[in-house]
Design a binder for this molecule. Structure first.
Ligand code: NAD
Length: 477
């Protein structure tokens, strides 16, 4: 075995939590190594983790392409564009997706290099004394010793008990992004973020999609008004979402998969070509910790950390999806940056109360802060301003006038407490709300901020005005 190489910081994981940790640590003048074990379906290594290789980025690529296909079929006529003979070239669509992924993951390698980080492909295991043993793809073992070690090993899809992924008929979200042909009949288990995004992709491309969701409510974490509006759009798209449907088992054979589930009417079953299991993700810690490191896992398998992402073992930190909190790339990124700054003795803070959520369906769904139900439960007096995109000239011109912006503000202080958007570019629009809330902005602050006309962002301005019944472009009720 080779000698042990010393670093200031060794980061295990080069996904959206790990690589920003490494880059910021290097920016702070530290000697940094970043180790990543990711292997693509073609066997190649890459930085970027699930987000870039198998999640956020490829799914957005397909969401964009499938939405264009859908709009070409259903919307062009309204614009006066008569298109005939439209054909779907899924191979080209998938090639575009793969090219985007390749470009982005290659970009991470370049960013690490430019920052002076030593990037390594291989599987890292933490040993006592902050020694990280890296087993390379060729089986060669390298030993690194970190003055600090940051665990950022991410998460993996949760399989349904007694229903393991077979990569053919029963697939996870990654497999569902790389399908070479549109399945005729597709079942998605779980109407969470992944289930809804992937269900939308394949429905738009022509599959019959049946989504089985164990809970009785759709998107229970979202504001109820948002979830109700979203349900209408999913129905219009033709997604057959069955709530209160708990899957008990499935049997794949050469012709398809038969899925068994129970709902209010008892035992049910259906036969589909493919089954996507999207029932959540679990922290990935397999092979991560040798005996005696002192790093502890909680009962759900997450690495235990305090509010500063410290594990309790001296100078060992953990960030991203391997620790508590929402499994969102942007949450992991901020944790990583904060840890890298703390290691360098700087002040750092992550505001866990203001992590935006975005669901990239059409229309997009995005929110930040508290829902009406949460405010009611906390007995906080609030006012609500809603502005429909139907009253937005820009949205109308875009042929995207469904949905609304809802702004909730405290009656006593006028502080903005939550913003909930369903509509065009909601994922972009929510950023303004996050910034306003980070600065503890009030509804009046947004009311007095000039928004360019005609833009979608005006809907936020008008929602803030509506909270005080002073909307200009909509009737105040
Ligand atoms: P999720 O937890 O969001 O949703 C899983 C759903 O499956 C839940 O609604 C659950 O009730 C349901 N379910 C569980 N067991 C079931 C059963 N036996 N039968 C029927 N339904 C069942 O998980 P996900 O959609 O897999 O996403 C995983 C993580 O990745 C989440 O934390 C999500 O936030 C994150 N993610 C985020 C984005 C985004 O931000 N746009 C995109 C993809 C993934």
């Amino acid at each position: 075995m080779s000698e042990t190489v010393d670093y200031d910081v060794v980061v295990i994981g080069g996904g959206p939590a790990g690589y920003p940790t490494a880059i910021r640590a290097a920016q702070n003048g530290l000697k940094v190594a970043c180790v990543d074990a990711w292997r693509n379906h073609d066997g190649g290594s890459a930085f970027g983790g699930t987000c870039l290789n198998a999640g956020c980025i490829p799914s957005k690529a397909l969401l964009e392409s499938s939405e264009l296909w859908h709009r070409a079929q259903h919307e062009f006529a309204a614009h006066g564009i008569r298109a005939s003979g439209l054909t779907l070239d899924l191979a080209a669509m998938q090639k575009r997706r793969a090219t985007i992924v390749k470009g982005m993951t290659g970009g991470i390698a370049a960013l690490l290099k430019a920052a002076g980080v030593t990037g390594m492909f291989g599987s890292g295991k933490l040993h006592p004394g902050r020694v990280v043993e890296v087993t390379g793809t060729d089986g060669k073992v390298t030993r690194l010793r970190g003055r600090h070690v940051v665990l950022a090993s991410g998460s993996v899809p949760t399989p349904l008990k007694s229903l393991p992924f077979d990569g053919q008929r029963i697939i996870d979200s990654w497999g569902a992004l790389e399908l070479p042909e549109v399945p005729k009949r597709l079942c998605v288990i779980g109407a969470g973020v992944i289930g809804l995004e992937l269900g939308s992709v394949w429905r738009r491309l022509g599959a019959e999609v049946i989504t089985l969701e164990a809970l009785d409510a759709l998107l229970p974490m979202a504001d109820t008004q948002l979830a109700t509006e979203a349900a209408k759009h999913f129905k219009k798209l033709g997604l057959d979402i069955r709530l209160g449907a708990k899957v008990s088992g499935a049997q794949p054979d050469k012709d398809g998969v038969s899925v068994r589930y129970t709902d209010a009417n008892g035992e049910q079953s259906l036969v589909v070509d493919k089954l996507i299991v999207a029932i959540g993700r679990r922290p990935f810690t397999e092979g991560l910790l040798a005996e005696g490191t002192g790093v502890r896992l909680d009962e759900r398998g997450f690495v235990q950390v305090d509010e500063h992402c410290a594990t309790g073992t001296e100078n060992v930190w953990a960030v991203g999806e391997v620790v508590r909190g929402p499994m969102l790339a942007h949450k992991g990124k901020e944790e990583g940056i904060a840890v890298a700054d703390r290691i360098a003795g700087k002040y750092a803070h992550v505001n866990y109360d203001l992590i935006p959520s975005v669901i990239y369906t059409a229309p997009e769904i995005a929110w930040v802060g508290q829902t009406e139900a949460q405010l009611q439960a906390a007995k906080i007096d609030y006012k609500s301003g809603v502005f429909p995109f139907a009253a937005s000239g820009r949205a109308r011109a875009m042929e995207a006038s469904s949905g609304f912006v809802k702004l909730l503000a405290a009656k006593a202080t006028d502080d903005i407490l939550g913003v909930h958007i369903i509509g065009p570019m909601a994922g972009e629009l929510i950023a303004e709300a996050v910034v306003a809330m980070e600065f503890r902005g009030s509804a009046e602050d947004l009311q007095r901020t000039i928004h360019a006309h005609p833009t979608l962002a005006e809907a936020l301005h008008e929602a803030a005005l509506a909270a005080d019944k002073r909307a200009i472009d909509n009737i105040n009720r």
